[in-house]
Design a protein around this ligand. Structure first.
Ligand SMILES: [Zn+2]
Length: 82
């Protein structure tokens, strides 16, 4: 191995996210950013170290699926009020 554990490989998968490219460094922090694509089609950037910590598994769609039902009901309610 011998690689920095913080550096991500293109094609590496984290839950729904796949590394598309590493995208250079954030200017203010010097952290390496990874360009990721979610299975739902969203594209996002996260620091490699954040990905290595392993708590990012989707663009947020996994989390929003849990709250989806509530969101839909709320949206419908709002529309009825209009
Ligand atoms: Zn997603």
């Amino acid at each position: 191995m011998g690689r920095s554990p913080k550096f991500l490989e293109v094609g590496e998968r984290f839950g729904r996210l796949v590394v598309v490219a590493t995208a250079g460094q954030e200017e203010d922090t010097g952290k390496t950013l990874a360009h990721l694509r979610c299975d739902c089609g969203s594209v996002l950037f996260r620091t490699c170290s954040a990905m290595r910590r392993g708590n990012t598994k989707s663009c947020g769609c996994l989390a929003s699926e849990h709250g989806h039902r509530i969101g839909l009901i709320y949206a419908r309610k709002k529309r009825e009020e209009d």
